[in-house]
Design a protein around this ligand. Structure first.
Ligand SMILES: [Zn+2]
Length: 392
C-alpha cells in the first residue's frame, strides 16, 4: 500500500497548496536541546553550524508554508535528480496551518564531522480533549533532514542518499535496485520486475521509462526511515511509497521485495494517465489492473472485492465515483474493473479515450464516450462483473 492511499483515508485531504494559501504560518519552535540563542562568546565549537542550519531550515519551511518555495536552499544535485525533491513534504507538510513544528535537534552525525548536520523536526497537531481541558498532542511525523556544507553555503539534503550511501546497488534493465542490509536480494524477482516494466510499456504502447530507482527494504518502518521519517503515520506494517515524477520507489514489503508491480505500474503508466490531471479512481484502477494491489494479483483482488460487495450491497460504481461511501469502498479494485471493461469494448483506443476525456473530471461522460454504452448500461455491467468476481 502506498502512503498516499493511507493518507487519503486516514489523515487529511487538504492539498498542500490550499493549506498553504489559507494557513497562518505556524510558529517554528526550537526544542529543549536546541540552543539557537547562544551568543558568539558561548563555548560551543558547533555553534556556528547549528545557527546557520537552523536559520536555513526555518526560512525554507516558512517560505514553503507561505506558498513561496525556496528551491535554492536545497542541494542542487538532488533537485536535478528529483523534480519532487523534498521527500518528506507529502506527509509532514499537511494542513500546516494547524501544525505545531518543533525542531528538536541539530547535530553532526558523528563527533568530528563539520560539513554535515542532521536536523530532526517534529510535526504535530495540538488540540484539547472533548472536555476542552487536557491538551492532546498527535504527532504526524518526526523527520530527519540533513544539511551539507557546499562552496555556496549550507544546503538541505534528503536522508535517502545518506542512509543508502553504502547499500548494495544492482541494475537490471531500467531499474537500479538499492538494497537495505536487512534484505536478501532475489535475482529472479529482479528480472521479473524488469520484464514487467518492459512488457507493460509494450502492451500500453508508452515509451518505457529510461530509469527507475527502487529502494528495497523489509518493512514499512524501514522504508519510511529511508525517506527521512524517524516516525510517521503510515498505518501499516508493510508500506511503500512511489514518487512518480522522480521515478523513485521505496518499497517496504518483504513479501514483494523487488517485484512491487503496482508501484512499478504507476511509473510506467504515468504518460498515459498523468497523476495530476487524472482522477485517482483511474490512476489507481490502472495500476491495480496491471499490477494487483497490496501483494495480491488482480484476479485475487477481484475475488476479495466480490466477497466485500456481498457484505456491502449499497456500494455501486456511482458511490465509488462520487466518493460517497464511508472510507475506502474499493476504488482500486472498482477502478481496475472499470478500466478493464472499457478495454474489453474497444481495446487501447477505448482506454485512451477514457483517460483523455476523464481529465475533465467527468468520469461518467468519459466512460460513455469510450465504451459507446449509456451510463446505466455500463454501470449495470460493472455491477454484475464486480459481484460475480473473476471468471472461473
Ligand atoms: Zn497506487
Amino acid at each position: 500500500m502506498t502512503l498516499r492511499h493511507l493518507v487519503r483515508m486516514t489523515v487529511f485531504v487538504a492539498p498542500l497548496a490550499t493549506a498553504a494559501a489559507q494557513a497562518r504560518p505556524p510558529r517554528i519552535a526550537a526544542g529543549w536541546e536546541l540552543d539557537t540563542t547562544a551568543g558568539p562568546g558561548a563555548w560551543n565549537p558547533q555553534r556556528g553550524m547549528i545557527i546557520e542550519t537552523w536559520q536555513l531550515w526555518r526560512d525554507y519551511l516558512t517560505s514553503r508554508i507561505r506558498g513561496e518555495p525556496r528551491p535554492e536552499s536545497w542541494l542542487a544535485d538532488e533537485r536535478a535528480h528529483w523534480p519532487e525533491y523534498d521527500l518528506t513534504s507529502f506527509l509532514a507538510y499537511q494542513d500546516l496551518g494547524r501544525t505545531a513544528v518543533t525542531v528538536l535537534t541539530i547535530q553532526p552525525p558523528a563527533p568530528d564531522v563539520r560539513d554535515t548536520v542532521v536536523i530532526r523536526t517534529l510535526f504535530a497537531h495540538v488540540s484539547t480533549d472533548s472536555a476542552g481541558k487536557s491538551p492532546v498532542v498527535r504527532p504526524l511525523a518526526l523527520t530527519r533532514l540533513y544539511a551539507v556544507r557546499t562552496r555556496a553555503g549550507w544546503r538541505l539534503s534528503n536522508a535517502l542518499p545518506h542512509v543508502t550511501a553504502r547499500w548494495t546497488r544492482v541494475t537490471e534493465g531500467p531499474i537500479t535496485f538499492i538494497y537495505s542490509p536487512s534484505t536478501r536480494p532475489d535475482p529472479a524477482r529482479r528480472r521479473a520486475a524488469a520484464r514487467f516494466v518492459d512488457s507493460l510499456a509494450n502492451v500500453f504502447r508508452v515509451p518505457p521509462p529510461k530509469h527507475i530507482d527502487y529502494v528495497v527494504t523489509s518493512a514499512g518502518e524501514e522504508a519510511y526511515r529511508v525517506l527521512g521519517f524517524d516516525y510517521a503515520v503510515i498505518g501499516a506494517v508493510t508500506a511503500g511509497k512511489t514518487f512518480i515524477g522522480d521515478h523513485l520507489i521505496v518499497a517496504g514489503d518483504a513479501r514483494q521485495g523487488e517485484a512491487y508491480f503496482h508501484e512499478l505500474a504507476h511509473i510506467v503508466l504515468a504518460p498515459l494517465a498523468p497523476p495530476n490531471s487524472t482522477p485517482a479512481l483511474l490512476t489507481e484502477g490502472l495500476a491495480t489492473w496491471a499490477g494487483g494491489s497490496l501483494g495480491y494479483s488482480y484476479r485475487a483482488v477481484l475475488e476479495q472485492y466480490a466477497a466485500f460487495l456481498h457484505e456491502h450491497p449499497r456500494i455501486t460504481l456511482d458511490t465509488l465515483i462520487d466518493g460517497t461511501g464511508s472510507g475506502d469502498s474499493g476504488y482500486r479494485p472498482g477502478g481496475a474493473l472499470l478500466c478493464q471493461l472499457v478495454f474489453d469494448v474497444g481495446g487501447l483506443t477505448s482506454l485512451h479515450t477514457l483517460l483523455v476525456q476523464a481529465r475533465s473530471g467527468d468520469v461518467r461522460h468519459a466512460v460513455e464516450s469510450a465504451s459507446g454504452l449509456t451510463w446505466a448500461q455500463f454501470a449495470a455491467r460493472w455491477q454484475a462483473r464486480a459481484r460475480n468476481g473473476p471468471p472461473r
